[in-house]
Ligand binder design. Structure first.
Ligand code: ADP
Ligand code: MG
Length: 263
């Protein structure tokens, strides 16, 4: 659980730096670790380096400096395609293939892994049930014929298809209305408790991070300004920027609390 990590970490990122040609540092000395069953949230405004950090983990981009270990192995020593089959990825938007049905979207990684058809069909139905969509109703549906929340459930099912030990989520719930988002957040937490995968969740929403994360990294301009548990951040904000990010959820909670019992 510590920021420094333990021997059983699924993921360890040490001193990750990404320098784009001619530009500022997109990620500047970022370190984090995640153990099985843990969720680490990366919170920060647009352009703070959150997506850059996630993409370095599954080798969609190459770091300029630093070391990333997945299950104790340096990711640079793992074939990038193999690595991505072992790491679930829920990208910004939903990233579903529009010309694929729900079942075909979910089956992308199992097919790459060469599973036979009956195994894929059984797993697809099992995953639809896991994300609480009726297989008979959704199996053959195309993304265009689903709500945003339903599409996001398919994206999560797809990420979980081959039972990866690590899931990366990039603003997975950000585009949803508050009620749909709350339902999906709750279901995702329940899934994680059940399946015990490690997760790194990128979000610009501090309230979401406070609700879901075991640990939070606050990023600004590529740098980590604070790492801590939700209670560390709330009780001991280490930077004025952290205080600023906490102000909105605190204000909303106070406003609702003040109304309770009033009539
Ligand atoms: P976030 O996900 O927090 O919004 P990003 O990680 O996408 O932020 O971007 C961090 C910084 O890196 C931004 O200033 C962005 O403009 C820059 N950046 C991202 N991708 C590239 C790229 N391919 N080339 C140059 N600069 C990039
Ligand atoms: Mg981003």
């Amino acid at each position: 659980m510590s920021a420094a990590g333990t021997g059983t970490d699924v993921l360890r990122v040490e001193g990750l730096t990404k320098r784009y040609p001619g530009s500022v540092l997109a990620a500047d000395n970022v370190s984090l670790s995640v153990a099985a069953g843990e969720l680490v949230a990366i919170v920060g405004e647009s352009g703070s380096g959150k997506t850059t950090t996630l993409k370095a983990i599954n080798r969609l981009i190459e770091p300029s400096e630093g070391r990333i270990q997945f299950q104790g192995r340096d990711v640079m020593g793992i074939d990038a395609h193999d690595l991505r089959r072992e790491i679930g990825w829920v990208m910004q938007g939903d990233g579903l293939f529009p010309h694929f049905t729900a079942a075909q979207n979910i089956a992308v990684t199992p097919r790459l892994l060469g599973w036979d058809k009956p195994r894929i069909a059984a797993r697809t139905d099992q995953l639809l049930e896991l994300v609480r969509l009726d297989p008979a109703d959704f199996r053959d549906r195309f993304p265009l014929k689903m709500s945003g929340g339903q599409r996001q459930r398919i994206a999560i099912a797809r990420a979980l298809a081959a039972e990866p030990p690590l899931i990366l989520l990039d603003e997975a719930f950000s585009a949803l209305d508050p009620v749909t988002r709350a339902g999906l957040q709750e279901d995702f937490t329940a899934l994680q408790h059940r399946l015990k995968f490690a997760a790194v969740m990128v979000t610009h929403d501090m309230a979401e991070a406070l609700l879901l994360a075991n640990r939070i990294l606050v990023m600004k301009d590529g740098r980590v300004v604070q790492t801590g548990t939700p209670s560390d951040l709330v009780n001991r904000p280490a930077d004025p920027y952290v205080t600023e990010l906490l102000a909105a959820p605190a204000k909303q909670a106070k406003a609702v609390a003040a109304l309770e019992g009033a009539s």
